[in-house]
Ligand binder design. Structure first.
Ligand code: 4AD
Ligand code: MG
Length: 465
C-alpha cells in the first residue's frame, strides 16, 4: 500500500478493532515448554483447552498449535473484572494471557504461567458450548465415530488431529524433497477428464455443459504427454475414485503423489518408489518423533522402514503363498484388500509385488516380452496388514502396442487419441508410479482408518462438513 509516496507493508500489529489487542504473535507455547523463556514475562495467545478452580484461583490449560501450558490466575492479582471474565471463559474461547514463566516439575511439560493479565478475544456462548465432550461422544445417536465426523471442523483442533496434520505435512514435504533433490519437475494435469485411467467402475461423472466429463483417477496419462518435454516429472494432487465400498483404506478423494520418468525400466521406477517411501520414514523420524510417540507408534518400526531395502516378489509367488495360507485366491485376480491384509501381516518391511497377470491390469501396463501373460508392473505393499501404497510400472510405449492393448480391452480410441499421439511422435520406454499419500500417512502413524489422517475425509456416504 502507498502512503504519502512511501511503500508501507501492512502487518498484523495493527490494533485489533474490538479489543485493541496487538495481533502479532511472537511466543509459542512449545518454545515456553522447551525452556526458552524461563522466569520471563511472556504474552501467550491461544485457546482454552481446560479450565477449573475456585472463586479465587483458576487453572487454565492454554493450547496453541505447538503445545499446552497450565496458567494460574488469581483474583487478587487480576482484579474482579478480569478474574470473572477468565472464570466465565469456556473451552475453546480464544484468549491472550500475559504472565511469568515458572519452571515447575509437577506441571505437564515442566512449566507453568503465573498470570498477570488476561484478555478474552473470542468468547464462547454459554448456550452453545464446545460440542466435543466425552459425554456427548458417549451419548451420540450414530456412535462416536459419526459424531466426530459430523463435527470434523471442530475436531481438527483436538490434539490427535493436530498431530496427524503435522505428520501429514512432513509426509508432503518429504515427497517434494525427494523428487526436487533429483531434479524432477513438478507438473500439473487437469482434474476434469474425458476417460478412465483405472477402469470405468470407479469414475465420477460430472455434468459438463451438456456433455459428460469425469473427475480424474490419476495424473498419469497427462503426465505421459509431458514426458518427452520434461523427462522426469512428479506431482502431488487429489485423485477421485467412486469407491462404493467403505474400507479402512479407501477414500473417494485422496492425495496422489505420482511420478513419470523417460527411458526407465520397472526396476528403476521401483527404486524411486523405495527411495521416496524410505525418505518419508526418515523425515518423520527427523521432524516428528514426539508426534509419532504421542500416537503410540513404535519408532523402531519406522526406523526399520527408513533403513531397510524393500524385497521384490513376483505376483505368482504371492498367490502361492496365499494359497499355502489357505486363502481362496485364483491366479489372474488383482489382489484386493482382504488378500493383501493377510499377505502383509507378517512382512517386516514393505515388499514389491511385480509381474501381475496382464488380465488384472489396465491397458497402459507394458506386456513382458519374456512372457506375454504378464505385465512389467509393481505394487508396493506396506507391512502390518496395511497393503498397497504404490502402484506403477513400465508403460506400453509404441503406437502399435498401445492400439493393440486398447482393442484387446475393447476400449474406444477417441478419449485416448492424445495419449496415442504421444506414441506416434517419438515414443520411448518410460514408466512411473502413483503413491497414495493418505495410505502412507495411515500406515506410518499406525492409524486404524485412513479417515484419521486427512482433514475432511470423503467416502460414499459423506461430503459434509
Ligand atoms: O494403483 P493405482 O490405481 O494406480 C494408478 O492410479 C496409476 N495410474 C498410478 C501411476 O502409475 N501414476 O493407484 C495408485 C495408488 C495406490 O497404490 C493407492 O496407494 C492409492 O493410489 N489409492 C488410493 N488411496 C486412497 N483411496 C483410494 N480410493 C485409492 N485408490 C488408489
Ligand atoms: Mg493399484
Amino acid at each position: 500500500m502507498l502512503v504519502g509516496g512511501l511503500r508501507v507493508t501492512l502487518n498484523y500489529t495493527m490494533a485489533y478493532p474490538r479489543t485493541g489487542a496487538k495481533m502479532v504473535k511472537t511466543v509459542w507455547i512449545g518454545d515456553v515448554q522447551s525452556g526458552s523463556y524461563d522466569n520471563q514475562v511472556v504474552e501467550l495467545k491461544g485457546w482454552v483447552k481446560r479450565t477449573r478452580g475456585s472463586n479465587k484461583i483458576r487453572f487454565i490449560v492454554l493450547r496453541d498449535s505447538t503445545g499446552t501450558i497450565q496458567c494460574v490466575a488469581k483474583r487478587d492479582v487480576l482484579g474482579d473484572a478480569s478474574f470473572d471474565a477468565v472464570k466465565a471463559a469456556l473451552i475453546e474461547s480464544s484468549i491472550i494471557i500475559t504472565g511469568t514463566v515458572n519452571v515447575d516439575e509437577r506441571s505437564e511439560g515442566g512449566h507453568e504461567l503465573v498470570v498477570s493479565s488476561v484478555e478474552i478475544i473470542g468468547p464462547v456462548n454459554p448456550e452453545r458450548p464446545f460440542p466435543i465432550t466425552e459425554s456427548a461422544m458417549a451419548a451420540a445417536d450414530g456412535g462416536e465415530t459419526e459424531f466426530l465426523l459430523d463435527n470434523r471442523h471442530l475436531y481438527l483442533r483436538t490434539s490427535r488431529m493436530t498431530t496427524m496434520l503435522k505428520v501429514r505435512s512432513s509426509v508432503f514435504g518429504a515427497i517434494h524433497g525427494y523428487f526436487r533433490d533429483l531434479d524432477f519437475v513438478e507438473y500439473q494435469a487437469p482434474n476434469f477428464v474425458a476417460g478412465a485411467v483405472e477402469g470405468g467402475s470407479t469414475l465420477f461423472e460430472v455434468p459438463y455443459f451438456g456433455r459428460t466429463a469425469y473427475l480424474t483417477q490419476s495424473w498419469q496419462l497427462y503426465a505421459e504427454a509431458a514426458m518427452p518435454a520434461l523427462e522426469r516429472l512428479y506431482t502431488i494432487a487429489p485423485s477421485f475414485r467412486a469407491e462404493k465400498s467403505r474400507t479402512r483404506r479407501h477414500l473417494t478423494e485422496f492425495w496422489h503423489a505420482e511420478m513419470e520418468v523417460a527411458w526407465a525400466s520397472n526396476d528403476e521406477i521401483m527404486s524411486h518408489g523405495e527411495g521416496v517411501v524410505r525418505n518419508i520414514a526418515s523425515t518423520l523420524l527427523d521432524e516428528r518423533t514426539p508426534e509419532l510417540e504421542s500416537l503410540g507408534r513404535d519408532l523402531d518400526l519406522v526406523a526399520r522402514y527408513a533403513d531397510s531395502p524393500y524385497p521384490r516378489m513376483r505376483y505368482d509367488e504371492a498367490v502361492e503363498t496365499l494359497q499355502g495360507m489357505g486363502v481362496d485366491v485364483e491366479w489372474g485376480q488383482d489382489l484386493d484388500y482382504s488378500k493383501e491384509k493377510v499377505l502383509t501381516q507378517d512382512f517386516d518391511v514393505p515388499h514389491f509385488l511385480t509381474h501381475y497377470p496382464k488380465i488384472a491390469k489396465p491397458f497402459y501396463h507394458r506386456v513382458d516380452t519374456e512372457d506375454e501373460k504378464y505385465v512389467l508392473c509393481h505394487d508396493l505393499l506396506a507391512p502390518e496388514g496395511y497393503g498397497e501404497i504404490i502402484g506403477g510400472g513400465e508403460r506400453t510405449w509404441s503406437e502399435e502396442e498401445i492400439l493393440k492393448r486398447l482393442d484387446e480391452e475393447g476400449t474406444p480410441h477417441e478419449p485416448y487419441q492424445f495419449y496415442i499421439d504421444t506414441r506416434s511422435y517419438g515414443g520411448v520406454p518410460h514408466g512411473g508410479f502413483g503413491l497414495g499419500v493418505d495410505r502412507v500417512c495411515s500406515w506410518l502413524t499406525g492409524a486404524d482408518h485412513i479417515r484419521e489422517v486427512i482433514p475432511f475425509p470423503r467416502d460414499s456416504r459423506r461430503v459434509t462438513p
